[in-house]
Design a binder for this molecule. Structure first.
Ligand code: CU
Ligand code: ZN
Length: 201
């Protein structure tokens, strides 16, 4: 009996590894939703599986000595969509609007310039999210209040957390600019210098 259960679990792990979508049904999938069960599962399959993650985040810090930037972006996958929640605090930019993008490389070095250009796996022109052509990294402008605080939420089915490199926001950099994205200028909306950066993991 014990043997049979073990076998079943092993089969499930194999199936999950091969295809993250297929449920093993019945008792096995109920077990997988339990905390201890899913922890054990991810340890077992980590080395062989590239199943998408359900959560990722980036801690955003300043790239310049004279501008304090404090921020966090969380990304949660649910039902084929990814929801981003962004929190920013930039006291020096109180009452201003700053542009935020996902840039291609997970590297905040060289004052954020090492992150290279906007993440653009579809090779589209830069623009405003959801309107005509836009980069998958074109998050857009965030208005900051009198304390320099701002938030943004967006949910999209154009992003994933690890499914493939043409849709995954994992290992991108989230960049905060000193200026406003005009949603037109190529290749990056003329949004000014890079004052904040964080890598999504
Ligand atoms: Cu940018
Ligand atoms: Zn862009």
């Amino acid at each position: 009996m014990k043997h049979l259960q073990l076998k079943h679990v092993l089969m499930c792990l194999l199936v999950i590894t091969a295809s993250a979508i297929i449920s093993c049904g019945g008792s096995a999938s109920t077990e997988n939703t339990g905390d201890s069960a899913s922890t054990a599962m991810s340890t077992d399959t980590m080395s062989t599986s590239s199943a998408p993650a359900t959560h990722a985040e980036a801690v955003i810090t300043g790239t310049k000595a004279d501008t304090t930037v404090d921020g966090k972006a969380t990304f949660d996958a649910d039902n084929g969509k990814v929801k981003m929640m962004l929190d920013l605090t930039i006291p020096k930019m109180a009452n201003k609007t700053v542009a935020v993008h996902l840039h291609e490389h997970p590297d905040c070095g060289d004052n954020g310039n090492a992150s290279h250009g906007h993440w653009n796996p579809t090779h589209a022109p830069h623009g405003k999210w959801g309107v005509d052509s836009f980069h998958l990294g074109d998050i857009g402008n965030v208005k900051l209040d009198a304390q320099g605080k701002g938030t943004m939420e967006m949910t999209t089915d154009l992003w994933t957390l690890g499914s493939d490199t043409t849709s995954s926001v994992l290992n991108r950099a989230i960049i905060v600019h000193s200026g406003v994205d005009d949603y037109k200028s190529q290749p990056s909306g003329n949004a000014g210098s890079r004052i904040g950066c964080g890598v999504i993991k």
